[in-house]
Design a protein around this ligand. Structure first.
Ligand code: NAP
Length: 301
């Protein structure tokens, strides 16, 4: 029996582990993939207080080491269900199950697909969802990035240092991401903005060869590209927990700043929570709040 099982070893989950261990609670962190969550794909974090420049991988590794040093146990296994047995909860995983008093869901989110025919088949053959993982394969080549959020902007900036040419394709005329990054992109001679446009077709031989882009007026054009980096947002990974806690229309777990869900003893932290600002700093803040609330809950049992 653990005091707290935390589902997800991203910044939110690992920060929750740090807070819960410092409150002397026994902590198990379950992670389906590898620790760090989506931040490991960010080459350079510039907006986290104190760390003016740190890679996402280094950031994640430091929190992981801090949490495990403090005594949090991490098991790499996917949580698929929670059985609510009064004050006891059983977190069911692919490999087994774990009993605890409180659960913190810090599962984050996964890549949203573009939804164009052939996308799945071309992953690893020209289509990528991670510029920092795959960008180096496109040295001196032509790539396109799709999306208008911070991820797309930062990916385009990163790729413009590697690739010969970068198209940034966005379905609207203005970007959702930070203006300062847009301005930096405008200064890059090898970046071309393709606005009010969507990718409508992928053409490939063994690998992706070109994409068809259609603008809002219905005009199409073909861009010869070696790589297409899809950065059109993320989907919360709450699919397994929708019958335990209330989700909003977009699938985020409904909770306020106190990270309390609709289920007693189940808390949420990070990008899978309904909120307006999804940033590293808000994910770690959620971790602290969720753990503190979970400790309060356990102490009241
Ligand atoms: P996002 O902010 O949700 O942006 C997704 C973008 O993709 C939007 O521009 C959206 O267009 C577009 N889009 C969505 N579905 C599409 C589709 N089917 N076809 C074409 N375009 C589509 O996602 P994100 O950029 O991954 O960022 C997620 C969160 O992480 C954000 O809060 C972001 O600020 C944060 N983030 C922060 C940093 C940082 O602080 N350094 C870095 C990366 C991400 P519309 O604009 O038209 O809706």
């Amino acid at each position: 029996m653990y005091d707290i099982v935390i589902v997800g070893a991203g910044p939110a989950g690992l920060t929750a582990a740090i807070y819960a261990r410092r409150a002397s609670k026994s902590v198990l962190v379950l992670e389906a993939k590898s620790y760090g969550g989506q931040i490991v794909n960010t080459p350079d974090i510039e907006n986290y207080p104190v760390a003016a420049h740190i890679s996402g991988y280094d950031f994640a590794t430091k929190i992981y080491e801090q949490a495990t040093f403090l005594g949090a146990k991490v098991v790499f296994d996917k949580a698929v269900d929670i059985k609510m047995n009064g004050d006891e909860k059983e977190v069911v995983t692919v490999g087994g199950s774990y009993v605890c008093k409180a659960v913190i869901l810090a599962t984050g989110s996964e890549n949203r697909k573009l939804g164009v025919d052939g996308e799945d088949e071309l992953v690893g053959r020209g289509i990528s969802y991670c510029a920092t993982c795959d960008g180096a394969f496109y040295r001196k080549k032509t790539v396109a990035v799709v999306g208008g959020g911070n991820t797309a902007l930062e990916d385009a900036l990163y790729l413009s240092d590697i690739a010969e040419k970068v198209y940034l394709i966005h379905r609207r005329s203005s970007f959702r991401g930070e203006e300062s990054t847009v301005n930096r992109l405008k200064e890059r001679e090898n970046v071309e903005f393709v606005l009010n446009s969507s990718v409508t077709k992928l053409s490939a031989g063994k690998r992706l060869e070109s994409i068809e882009v259609t603008d809002t007026a219905g005009n199409t054009k073909t861009l010869d590209v070696n790589g297409l980096f899809v950065a059109v947002g993320r989907i919360p990974e709450n699919q397994n927990f929708g019958k335990i806690v209330n989700l909003d229309e977009a699938g985020y777990i409904i909770a306020g700043e106190d990270c309390l869900t609709s289920a007693k003893g189940v808390f949420v932290a990070g990008d899978n929570r309904s909120k307006s600002v999804r940033q590293l700093v808000t994910a770690t803040a959620d971790g602290a709040v969720a753990a503190t609330e979970a400790v309060k809950y356990i102490n009241s049992l």
